[in-house]
Design a binder for this molecule. Sequence first.
Ligand code: SF4
Length: 400
Amino acid sequence: MAHSGHDKKARKEALYKELELQLDLAINGITVDSEEIGKLDAVYARRLTSISHATPLSFNFVGGKIKGPGFDAGFRQQKDSIYGLEAEDGKPVIYKYGRIKTRVGAIEFREKERHPLLDITTRDGVPFHTIAAIREDGQVHVNYSQECVLKEKGEDCLFCNYSVREATLKTPQQVGEVFSTLYNAGVGKHLNLTSGFLYERKELDYYLDVADEIQSRTGLKEFRATAVIGAPLDFSVIDKYKEAGYFSVRMNIEIWDKNIWNAICPGKRNHCGGWENWVKALEYAVGVFGRGRVASNIVGGIEPKNSILEGVEYKLSKGIVASASSWRPVAGSVLEGHRSPETAWHFDLQRQIAALYKRYNFSLTDLHNVSPSAGLAVTLFQIDQEDFDENGELRAWQYP
Ligand code: SF4
């Protein structure tokens, strides 16, 4: 038995290392020269040249233990990274450059077949795949608008590049029809419904219309869906989401330190009643939806680590599913050109958050109640819990 305990410890250490490497690759990106693409077998070359924002490429290390879904770093091309992709016998291999060039390992791209249901069209003739995406764990993801009204006003969050001007709004009927069809077929299990910022009234009306459509098409009073919303000024609005049948809500505060929040999230400051109102709205929502059915993310890497951990712990102590993402400055945001903290900083933050999930008795189910799930810390939490399948791989989460 002592031997198996030792094996588990070694397996956990190997998984931590693999995850930290994936995170480092996500933060730094990977340089891909067209010359190397030319040396790859056609199947790999085709996958690499098909990457777009809408279809990011996921990959595993050949022989690695992290297969997703869960924390899924994705393959991100970046000029002049410390990492590069080279072809070996036509297969993609990642190298790390520096004083000594090291071979990190061969990778394989994860096959993502589009589910045939996504090829059908809505009543008004729009292909399902332009409305929603389905994850392997049964989560249906819908961004109903690419627009954020804060952008137009110059009040957008400084880390964000989300908004596309005059983006088309997917209608509530389309969203309801697509999710209900996927749900009724047993394919879609949990809807994550999100968008840029709309004003309170407009946002609520939209979500209520989607709920009507889902209820009438599925016959469900409550349906598994997370409404991602801004903190309202009038808290009775939160009750309306619950009454409409939503399973959970997410209100991302983004930054915990109040002064830094004021500077980084001017639109949220100006239109959502200030930082205290945001925190109070989260606490109120737990009273309405229950523990583990309200979530809020912090963009990890802008404020000091102790401030993020204070925010995460405060929220968990109130029954809110708290998380931090790993900030990577994006082109088109005000913070473009800035740098994220070191990977070791991010990894340590995520490990501390995973430990807090345990301390506050959150279960894996709680952490997935509020989509799109809490990311890397959840995977670390699973490793800490030794939640492995018979092959020694992390047990893949599936929505019920
Ligand atoms: S993060 Fe801020 S700027 Fe970006 S979409 Fe949300 S509210 Fe708008």
